[in-house]
Design a protein around this ligand. Structure first.
Ligand SMILES: C[S@@+](CC[C@H](N)C(=O)[O-])C[C@H]1O[C@@H](n2cnc3c(N)ncnc32)[C@H](O)[C@@H]1O
Length: 253
């Protein structure tokens, strides 16, 4: 498959070029999310800290991030554990940055969801924040993920409905759940829609706080994008939750 023809490829190349260079964006992430993971999503420090309890504390632990971007989430997790980190993403720019930033016990690969392969039962923990929507065949991809997980391994997913993919009725009716059920995979889910509403408000305030810095760097278009991504909060929560939802799924093999 020619990845340059995939959804948003050029946009992500531009995004990860900007995240490398922009102090405004790095400061914005820290302010909005509590940590700079170069998020193009909705994962704050609190959500990523939830993963820590699933990572065993020994030297033979291997964790994979699907849609790892420039690797900063994995770097954060590695600093707090003894894990070997693995990540893949289709963005060449993101993976080049990840390889520069994280060299110890780390493997970053350019790869497309559904095409890349890893050895069977390699990982203790697999994470994927705001990325599974890009799987061309979610059921087939879940079968691959299941195969890559060790026995008793954990798959941790941040999953948003209402922007890239439409909102379904509830946490048990999502495309992801359908794909998990087709693979006989069980899950626990936490609905964090309310927290996300608050986070989006914070994200908007933080963007506005760094507006001049974005403009001075010549990155006004990214400021506009952040404002665009937070338009949803201009309605009361009761209305917001009709259109948007965010869930954390913990799937055990
Ligand atoms: C919404 S961003 C989330 C990034 C990061 N996990 C986060 O939470 O900030 C989606 C990520 O998936 C990557 N991506 C999109 N489509 C992909 C595909 N088909 N195969 C591999 N990576 C893809 C993008 O480059 C981007 O890094």
């Amino acid at each position: 498959m020619n990845k340059k023809e995939l959804l948003f490829y050029d946009d992500y190349e531009a995004f990860y070029t900007m995240t490398k260079e922009s102090n405004a964006f790095q400061s914005f992430c820290k302010d909005a999310f509590g940590e700079d993971f170069s998020q193009d999503g909705f994962s704050n420090k609190e959500q990523i800290d939830m993963i820590l309890k699933y990572i065993p504390q020994n030297d033979d632990v291997h964790i994979l991030d699907i849609g790892c971007g420039n690797g900063k989430m994995l770097g954060y997790l590695q600093e707090r554990t003894r894990a070997h980190i693995y990540g893949f993403d289709y963005s060449e720019t993101a993976i080049t940055t990840a390889k520069t930033l994280f060299c110890k016990n780390a493997e970053f690969r350019e790869g497309i969801i559904g095409e890349i392969e890893y050895p069977k039962e390699k990982f203790d923990v697999i994470i994927s924040m705001d990325t599974l929507y890009f799987a061309a065949d979610m059921t087939a991809f879940m079968a691959q993920v299941r195969n890559w997980l060790k026995k008793d391994g954990v798959f941790f997913v941040g999953y948003q409905e209402g922007d890239v993919i439409p909102k379904t009725s509830n946490a048990h009716t999502t495309m992801l759940v359908k794909a998990l059920q087709e693979n006989n995979m069980t899950y626990e889910v936490t609905d964090i829609t309310k927290q996300t509403y608050k986070l989006l408000k914070k994200k908007r305030e933080s963007a506005i706080k760094y507006r001049t810095l974005f403009e001075d760097e010549g990155y006004s278009q990214w400021f506009d994008m952040l404002i665009g991504q937070t338009e949803y909060i201009n309605v009361p929560f009761e209305q917001f939750k009709e259109k948007m939802a965010r869930y954390i799924y913990v799937i055990k093999k």
